[in-house]
Each structure stands twice: as structure tokens, then as C-alpha cells.
Design a protein around this ligand. Sequence first.
Ligand SMILES: *Cc1c(COP(=O)(O)O)cnc(C)c1O
Length: 296
Amino acid sequence: MACSWRPITTRSCLLRFRSAFALRGSRHHSSSSSVRSNPVMAEAAPASAVPDVDVAGNLARVRAALEETHATKSLTHTTRLVAVSKTKPVELLQAAYDAGQRDFGENYVQELAEKAPEMPLDIRWHFIGHLQSNKAKVLCAIPNLAVVETVDTEKLALELEKRWVALADERAEKDPSSKGRVLSVFIQVNTSGEESKSGVEPPDAAPLAAFITENCANLKVAGLMTIGMPDYTATPENFECLKKCRSDVAERLGLPDENVLELSMGMSSDFALASEMGSTNVRVGSTIFGARNYNK
Ligand SMILES: *Cc1c(COP(=O)(O)O)cnc(C)c1O
């Protein structure tokens, strides 16, 4: 796998489980106030109604589809499945976890900060939403944050660098194996050319990657990410564009092999096509957890 994230030792993993479950227990009693004070959670996850979704079955079908694509197309790269759980209650995330899922994607810092302590610590959290610099501190405090997939400005990179470094001692205290860990980031690219707040224009991906490499010693440019169109659809042209950006970044950074950089592309409607076109990281939400309802 192209990913370079540090595996967790069995022992620290067990310890982490224990503290995670202790937290879960104590939190359940006081959850009503924390849910009420968080508008995202309050809307998305009413404590009473956990949607009836066959998460394990859905996950199995997505995994099977990915495996079939890799087998029939004889793909040589691996594709990581990220379960995108935004707006979904932790009960559904736990069902995915129990079915073996470890990579989860969330879009909102506050929602992630609420959910992470309720879930086991061997989860690898992918932050995939638009990130404001003033939220970088809260995000970096999440001990098992694995990657920020949406870096698109120098300012945001500098802020992540600053916050990640400031919390290094705290992280190492909780988990000595995290000492010296750098934060993986992906450069988000706006490949559709449509009016959008997020993502650099394709020609700006390589300069931003170079800036991060030169100025942010504690961040690692680990790949590139795209959404495609603002309505979460993507076309083969968007995927081709991201691949081209990867070549540019690899050349600019002087990497001998562009395949060390990840391609995060593909969602519920097109993850198989995306993996066929080289995606190493597909982000699948509604196909696993059911449709999202933002106005309930
Ligand atoms: C919500 C979201 C997804 C998942 O979308 P689905 O269509 O539900 O699979 C993937 N990537 C990003 C950046 C998202 O915001």
C-alpha cells in the first residue's frame, strides 16, 4: 500500500481500546447536553433515531466491487476504502468498525471532534471537508488524525504545521509511538474548473506542494485529492486531470516515482471507475451509510 501511516502496536492498541470504551461509557450519560450544543450533531444524529441501515452488508458489497475491478482490470495499485460518515450517528460508524473498517472520513471539524473520542483509537481519521485555518488547532488535537485531504492554501498549511508542532509533546505523552510523527496532507485540486471555494487550480498544485515541502517540516505531502463537480459527481476528465497534477508534483519535488503519491478520487457513484483510473483512496459515504438528510 502506498500509505506511510504508522501502524499501531498491539499493546498500545489495547490500551487505546480500553480508554476509548471508558470514555464511551461516561459520555453516554452526558451526551444529551453535548449533542444539543452542537448544531451539526443535533441535526444529524438525534439520539433516539439510529437509521436502520445494513452497514456491514453495504460495506461488503463496496469491497467486493473494488476487488472485482482490481481483478478484472489487473490493477497493480491498491485502493483504500474510506468510509465517509459525516452526519451519521456513531452507532453506524461502530457497525462499520465491527465489520473491519478502520479508515473513516469526516467533513466538519466540530463533528469529528465529538465523534473521535467515542470511537476506538485505532481508527484512521481522514479530514475531507473544507478547512478554515482557525479550526486547525481543534483538528490537530485529535490523536488519531491520519491525513488532512483538503489542503489548498499556503496559509492553511502553515497553520497546520504550527498546530501540529505545538501539540507534539501532548501526543507523545499519550502515545510514545507517535513521537516524531509528521502529519500527512493531500493537496486538494479543483479539477472541474467550476466556481468553487475549495481546491487549487491544477497548475498551482505543484507550487503548493513545493511550498509545503520547503516550509512545513512536520507535514508530508502524501498525495492529491479531488471532488470533481461541486455536486459531488466527477468525470473521467477530472480523474485524468488529477493524475496529471500528480505527475507535475512528483517532478517538482524530484520524486523518482510518482506512484509514491496517492490519488484520492472517487465517491459512491464512481469509486470503481476511479480505482480503475488509478485512485488509491476512494471516499464512499451514502452507499455505505445510506442517504444523508441535512434538514431533518
Ligand atoms: C460527502 C463526501 C464524500 C462521500 O460522498 P458520497 O457520494 O456519499 O459517497 C466524498 N468526498 C467528500 C469530499 C465528501 O464531502
